[in-house]
Design a binder for this molecule. Structure first.
Ligand code: FAD
Length: 388
């Protein structure tokens, strides 16, 4: 294995760095869980698209740059290093996008990918239902065929950013006589369709970061099915593989957070009395670097024709626990000060956004499939242990 970057990769990194230095907003944008913040992030997506940086791995005709996964990792490293805004369209570009690329028809790719890369259409994900979370095969939301349309009825829940998003992709039961994972289809539909009601749900920080979606005789054309009727479960598993195994949480996010943690430690070093904190800082730094190396290995394997399998579950447990560990250590370093939401610029400079990050990190072991479910998958499908 050659761990050195090629000349082309070094030049690519320099190009990304220079573009970001010229374009990243000098002050952080408002949270994308507010209306104003959401639109500010959409505007940032447009700026990215103006340089064809919307999703660098996509072909140029879809708004990308035809980069490979190693270049994508380099882009992400520079992106986080520059402190660029979080991606408001992450459900689209990191989850639906790769699935469309693999299973979409040419018409679907041309219709959806460019608008996704430019932020013109921002996507929500609609899988969970009140009685179908971990047990996703229990989905009951129905899409009944009626001529050239489906008619959708039912409810989704916990749909991230659905309050302000434009489109939703979800799993629906297209065969009414089917059970469990059979008879499901993945359908794409606009959130402003007649018969849809979106009801915000506040997250721990009080902002409406996710929503319930109610479907009441919503009509969707049959060409909005992705990957064929009844194929929804297989397609959803491919999306989950990208989500857990590679794209949703690139290592740069944690490398940058662990570097900020080291800086926080240095600023507070004289007050640290517990040697376990020093060790925890070191462990976070090392784990973030180890995660980066392991991701480079996954990207190389995919480039050589491999695929993401059940081991994506190990990945998901690792990054969600690392995020908890980084933020928990930061709050220990800050002590009581860490419990105050910074308001003035001076407080923000001193305290950073650790509390916000700490609150969000609590959800890491839940979203993208809970860590208990990932452990079941590892036991059965990686280690070959019996179900009971
Ligand atoms: C921040 C955040 C964002 C989210 N965004 C979205 C989104 O955009 N779209 C979407 O569709 N959903 C989203 N979700 C929902 C998420 O996918 C579900 O919360 C998750 O799948 C768990 O489902 P549940 O909440 O119904 O809990 P349940 O499935 O009821 O689980 C409750 C507890 O029981 C445990 N458990 C359940 N079954 C088993 C088992 N067989 N073995 C061991 N333990 C088990 C679980 O691990 C969990 O601890 C989001 C969730 C969060 C927190």
């Amino acid at each position: 294995m050659d761990l050195n970057y090629t000349v082309e990769q070094i030049e690519f990194r320099e190009e990304v760095r220079a573009w970001l230095a010229d374009n990243v907003p000098s002050t952080p944008l408002e949270s994308f869980d507010t209306k104003a913040g959401f639109e500010a992030h959409r505007e940032w997506e447009r700026t990215l698209a103006s340089g064809n940086w919307g999703m660098v791995t996509w072909p140029t005709e879809y708004g990308g740059r035809g980069c490979d996964l190693i270049q994508w990792l380099i882009f992400e490293e520079e992106y986080y290093r520059a402190g660029a805004p979080l991606r408001v369209n992450q459900n689209g570009i990191f989850l639906l996008g790769p699935t469309l690329m693999e299973f979409g028809t040419p018409e679907q790719k041309a219709r959806f990918l460019p608008a996704m890369a430019s932020g013109e259409e921002i996507w929500a994900q609609g899988w969970s239902e009140p009685n179908a979370g971990s047990d996703m095969a229990a989905i009951r939301c129905r899409a009944d065929r009626d001529g050239d349309d489906y008619v959708i009825n039912g409810q989704k829940i916990w749909s991230t950013r659905a309050v302000y998003a434009d489109w939703v992709f979800g799993l629906f039961r297209t065969d009414p006589s089917s059970e469990r994972h059979r008879g499901l289809s993945k359908i794409l539909l606009p959130l402003n369709s007649k018969g849809i009601t979106v009801r915000p749900i506040p997250q721990l920080n009080g902002l409406p970061g996710f929503a319930e979606i109610f479907f009441d005789d919503v009509r969707v054309p049959v060409e909005n099915v992705l990957g064929g009727e009844g194929e929804g479960w297989n397609i959803a598993m491919a999306t989950a593989g990208f989500e857990r195994g590679l794209m949703l949480r690139s290592p740069a996010r944690f490398q940058q957070a662990s570097k900020r943690l080291v800086e926080l430690y240095r600023r507070n070093e004289e007050d640290v009395v517990d040697p376990a904190i020093e060790e925890a800082v070191l462990r976070c730094y090392m784990d973030a670097e180890a995660y980066a190396l392991s991701t480079y290995q996954t990207a190389s394997r995919l480039a050589a024709g491999g695929s993401i399998g059940a081991e994506a579950s190990c990945n998901k447990i690792f990054w969600s626990q690392l995020d908890l560990q980084i933020h928990d250590t930061a709050l220990q370093l800050l002590g009581a000060r860490g419990e105050i939401e910074p308001e003035t610029d001076e407080d923000k400079a001193l305290l950073g956004n650790w509390l916000d990050g700490f609150l969000f990190a609590q959800s890491g072991p839940i979203y993208a499939g809970t860590n208990e479910i990932q452990r079941n998958i590892i036991a059965e499908r990686v280690l070959g242990m019996p179900r009971k």
